[in-house]
Write a protein of this length. Sequence first.
Length: 219
Amino acid sequence: MAAAQGQRSDDAGEMDGAQGVVADAGPPPFRAAVDALRGARLRPQIEVEQTRSPKRLAPYAYALEAAVVDGEEDLADGRLVLLHDPDGHDAWQGTFRLVTLVRAELEPEMAADPLLPEVCWTWLTGALAARGLACGEPSGTVTRAGSHYFGGLAERPPASQIEIRASWTPRESAAGVPDTAAHLAAWCDLLCQIAGLPPVAAADGSVVSLPQRRGPRST
């Protein structure tokens, strides 16, 4: 995949741009990072699949879509994109970048919390920190939206949604490969957090503790 021109540093704002299918070709560090994503073990409530990846952001990209599922109900969903530029990127301060979009509906009392955007950002940073992951140059936005229905839809209750768009540079190993499986697990922790699911034990048996979710979902 050829490198795109005019790249911007706000990767999270370009998640919906033109897309292309990622090839399995690429430099060894990128292939190793993708293999780790494919082999990651995730919570059973998470349904994940490969999707088309943005082609304007980096020479190489790999994208996943995931949803937190309870029966037939999607509690939260999102997209995670791994970007790689072998020559490095000034805005990233590295050769890899992770870009995400996460969305979920909120309970009314939670949506009314004036501190909700700040809390949501701590869910992201807390999910990474809880798994001992270091990241550089984090950036993003938290957007809260409300929907009110009228006319033929007037019987529907008002609904509120939260959307997190973010990107960060994962720390690379001596071989130049980040621990993408751990970053994917942390991202899934964020998805479950925003969906209201309880914390889960990490691979070493310890409990992954995240910042408390306000207004927990009743079960």
